[in-house]
Design a binder for this molecule. Structure first.
Ligand SMILES: Cc1cc2nc3c(=O)[nH]c(=O)nc-3n(C[C@H](O)[C@H](O)[C@H](O)COP(=O)(O)O)c2cc1C
Length: 180
């Protein structure tokens, strides 16, 4: 059955390497008949969770009236969430982490997201340097009861455009195409 996929691009650099991974994933997932809603949090105004638990007393509503408010309805519509992101400081960018922390109100009003995937790019020639980030992704998915559909990992790309010709683009397309 076709899925509602929320594709979350997490880099502030538009048209960069993770954006290209998102393009190819979106192309495959759309061809497979899914509905893909692409959002960009890299330049959004999203504060960190304040741990105030306002959401617990207000049916999942967050007290912070920032760009996240437009994204909550999309989170509630999604079956699958896919992150396209660079690695920053051996982890995920602060923009992505703020977005994820603000999903805390999903405890009060649960999202129906049951699957996830990761498209990750970074500069290091040593591909193993992303392992701590991957482990973090996996334990968080497990906590959220989200099946991990796949991960596309592209290292040794720094400059915008460096990813062109990389097999990771095809892998992102195939991952999108495999979702149905
Ligand atoms: C603030 C910042 C931190 C970064 N930290 C790392 C890092 O820890 N390891 C790494 O391999 N690359 C790191 N990079 C490089 C990016 O991951 C790399 O350029 C990536 O391809 C950028 O993706 P984008 O074009 O989608 O923005 C960093 C880049 C920036 C701007």
């Amino acid at each position: 059955m076709a899925k509602n996929i929320l594709l979350v691009h997490c880099s502030p650099r538009m048209g960069g390497n993770s954006s290209r991974l998102a393009d190819e994933f979106e192309r495959g997932a759309t061809e497979a008949g899914n509905t893909v809603t692409r959002i960009s949090v890299g330049n959004a105004r999203i504060g960190g969770c304040k741990a105030c638990e306002y959401c617990f007393k207000h049916e999942g509503e967050c007290c912070q009236k920032d760009d996240m408010q437009e994204l909550y309805p999309l989170l509630h519509q999604a079956d699958v969430i896919v992150y396209a992101t660079p690695m920053y400081y051996y982890n995920f960018p602060a923009q992505m982490r703020a977005f994820q922390d603000r999903m805390f109100c999903g405890i009060a009003k649960p999202f129906g997201i049951s699957q996830t995937a990761l498209l990750l790019c970074f500069e290091d020639k040593d591909a193993t340097t992303c392992e701590p980030a991957l482990a973090s992704f996996d334990v968080a998915a497990n906590y959220c009861k989200q099946e991990v559909l796949g991960k596309v990992i592209v290292n040794n790309v720094y400059e915008k455009g460096a990813i062109e010709g990389n097999p990771g683009l095809e892998e992102a397309y195939e991952l999108g195409k495999s979702i149905s």
